[in-house]
Design a protein around this ligand. Structure first.
Ligand code: UTP
Length: 473
């Protein structure tokens, strides 16, 4: 019996203005009909209708007033130093009691980078060639060693990279963390729409689907059972980080402690914006609501404005590193749908036209952003950290924020460890990197490196020379 379109589905598509999706039905073979039917059944048509309405809405409401956030600064007063020490103590005890769970978001498509595979597989270890996933795993292993904690790692993927990510973790034997401690969960995909609000197709039986943005993390944590799992493991706080930044410190006692001491719902790390023209989003309050103010949304006069000490007033560059209280994630997602604003990315999409021919279709992808949840936080801490020690993202194939600039930033940070320990720096490679790598399990900062080197000397254990340089692990 040939597969036919269920009547109720045809009616629902017609009513939602999506009848074109059935336009090629007659010419499809059984397999393709089955594919198309399952894709159509998975659609949330009321939600797609709402997305379509966004296309027709005038531009988003522009904020009228902006304020810079109060940050816990890098240059600290005596009082702040005392507070920081208390926070570190609290952070360490939360870590050692395994009350912190780690949430890595790796569901993005990495379209700017154009790497063949999940971004987390990109090799960034300057000497070892260790992948981004490997770096994060090494930092978590370091936390396990340092705090004697149980590591629970929640890894968000999307349909675009879920299989390949899982296969890579399997192949890498879960980086020694134990498969039982790594929990994959998958975010939702959303269809892209053309300018009339019709779902774009990539083939007669395929819809153009894209991950729903890192804002989808919170809903996915709930719908994939991760919030319940975390509660059952006694996890009270989530440390949220992105796959593209190997300098991120997911288990930073200071950040965790400051956030917990303030009873904050959601907190952020920021780096100082270099100059007024640097195109980064800054944390701040727009019309009284905390969030990330996009570069283009901040009026030019405010971009230029300086505090009496000469620093930019709006300088809290967002690096997408957050602490999120588990209760807060539960509260935000309790009614099924988390209400974060939609961000529309208008671009030409590679799809098919009404005749089934491949075409560049002017269309829109929809995403929500995790930092928009800051607006719902009753309390939030903003911690300023050193950019050169904590932020070196891989976004582009070349130039700034590329694998090459990331490797350079990593070796610079190892170089600073060397200098602190009084070691001469080796000669640089042709690309400017230093031929050294310090594994996070050995040391993550200069103090740890000095202590570790002393220990190595006592043991008379040499470092590992490789053809690419010296590996300290
Ligand atoms: P980006 O916004 O830089 O996107 O994601 P991307 O997918 O890595 O790269 P482009 O924009 O396509 O070039 C920042 C972080 O958020 C995750 C990414 O995996 C990355 O860790 N992310 C982004 C998701 O997990 N899901 C999404 O839907 C989008």
């Amino acid at each position: 019996m040939t597969l036919e379109i269920p009547n109720d589905l045809a009616i629902a598509l017609e009513a939602a203005g999506q009848a074109h999706l059935l336009g090629s039905w007659d010419g499809l073979n059984e397999g393709s009909r089955r594919n198309l039917l399952s894709a159509l059944r998975a659609l949330d048509l009321p939600q797609i209708q709402k997305l379509g309405e966004h296309l027709r809405k005038p531009m988003e409401h522009e904020a009228q007033s902006f304020e810079a956030p109060i940050t816990f600064p890098l240059d600290r007063t005596d009082e702040q130093l005392t507070h920081a020490q208390k926070a570190i103590d609290l952070g360490e005890s939360l870590l050692s009691e395994s009350k912190v769970g780690f949430v890595l978001v790796a569901g993005g498509q990495g379209s700017r980078l154009g790497f063949d595979g999940p971004k987390g597989m990109v090799p960034v270890g300057p000497v070892s060639g260790l992948s981004l996933f490997g770096w994060h795993a090494a930092r978590l292993t370091a936390a396990k060693q340092r705090f004697g904690m149980r590591i629970t790692w929640f890894v968000m993927t999307s349909a675009t990279n879920n299989g390949a990510t899982r296969a890579f973790f399997e192949e890498q034997k879960f980086f020694g963390l134990g498969s039982e401690n790594v929990h994959f969960f998958t975010q939702e995909m959303l269809p892209a729409l053309d300018q009339e609000g019709r779902i774009v197709r990539t083939a007669p039986d395929q819809l153009f689907l894209a991950p729903n943005g890192h804002g989808g993390t919170l809903q996915a944590l709930r719908s994939e059972g991760m919030l319940d799992l975390a509660a059952s493991l006694g996890i009270e706080q989530f440390s949220y980080f992105q796959v593209d930044n190997p300098l991120v410190r997911p288990a930073d006692p200071l950040f965790i402690g400051l956030h917990a001491m303030a009873g904050a719902d959601m907190s952020s790390k920021v780096v100082t914006k270099n100059e007024p023209g640097e195109k980064v989003g800054v944390l701040g309050l727009a019309d009284g609501k905390l969030g990330c103010i996009e570069y283009s949304d901040l009026p030019e006069s405010l971009r230029q404005e300086r505090d009496p000490d000469g620093q930019l007033r709006f300088r809290a560059g967002n690096i997408a590193v957050h602490m999120i209280r588990r209760d807060f994630a539960e509260q935000l997602t309790q009614d099924g749908q988390l209400d974060l604003p939609w961000h529309l990315a208008r671009k030409n999409l590679k799809g098919i036209d009404a005749e089934g021919q491949v075409a560049e279709i002017p269309g829109v992808k929809f995403e929500t952003f995790v930092f928009d949840a800051l607006g719902a936080a009753a309390n939030s801490v903003t911690l300023e950290v050193r950019r050169d020690e904590e932020f070196a993202p891989v976004k582009n194939a070349e130039g700034s924020d590329s694998p090459a600039s990331c490797r350079l930033a990593l070796t610079e940070s190892f170089g600073r460890m060397f200098e602190a320990a009084g070691h001469p720096l080796p000669e640089r490679n042709a690309d400017g990197t230093l031929p050294i790598e310090v594994d996070p399990r050995a040391a993550e900062n200069a103090d740890e490196f000095c202590a570790w080197i002393d220990h190595l000397l006592e043991l008379q254990r040499p470092t590992t020379p490789t053809e690419n340089g010296w590996l300290y692990r």
